[in-house]
Design a protein around this ligand. Structure first.
Ligand code: FMN
Length: 155
């Protein structure tokens, strides 16, 4: 098990993002990917301390009204200034569930993390339209990428 800590912050109202999350977590726990300590937090419960203690972060959210979910926005509202001077360069990636799009959620997250100075180390996984089980491997791969990259100190 590596000494790295991967924080996963997510919100899901009707379970779609949650299904993506389960695959992301499976990948992040892959014994071949270094096994960083995984810290899972629902967005409304994730804290400043969680973020400041993290070596990397995965964000999962539905797209609501062309934006990230209100819960993830609440997370950023609470952590932004307390983390601003302490988390520059933090590697992150995101997974998005949209009814028909997802790009608005991606750009809304990017606007905020650009201010925080976090580094996007993998392309977002976006599931839009009918839920496609066949693509859950992409979520698993995202978890593997973050876990392996942190553990091998690539990020
Ligand atoms: C209030 C609300 C607003 C939504 N707005 C969008 C949107 O702007 N774009 C989109 O692609 N889907 C939109 N959706 C659809 C959700 O993204 C979709 O239902 C998704 O599966 C929700 O994720 P969850 O199952 O993890 O809660 C919206 C859903 C709700 C309830």
């Amino acid at each position: 098990m590596s000494d790295k800590r991967l924080l996963v912050v997510y919100h899901s109202q009707t379970g779609g993002t949650r299904r993506m999350l389960d695959a992301v977590l499976r990948g992040a726990a892959d014994p071949d990917c270094g096994q960083p300590a995984l810290v899972l937090r629902e967005a409304l419960r994730a804290s400043v301390e969680d973020v400041r203690a993290a070596d990397g972060i995965l964000l999962g959210t539905p797209e609501n009204f062309g934006y990230m979910s209100g819960a993830l926005k609440d997370f950023f509202d609470r952590i932004y200034y307390p983390c601003l001077e302490h988390t520059r360069g933090l590697p992150f990636a995101m997974f998005i569930r949209g009814g028909n799009d997802g790009s608005g959620a991606v750009s809304s997250v990017r606007r905020i993390v650009t201010g925080l100075g976090w580094r996007e180390v993998a392309p977002p996984v976006i599931f839009a339209g009918a839920f496609d089980e066949a693509r859950l491997g992409e979520c698993e791969q995202l978890g593997q990428t973050l876990a392996a990259g942190l553990s091998a100190r690539i990020f």
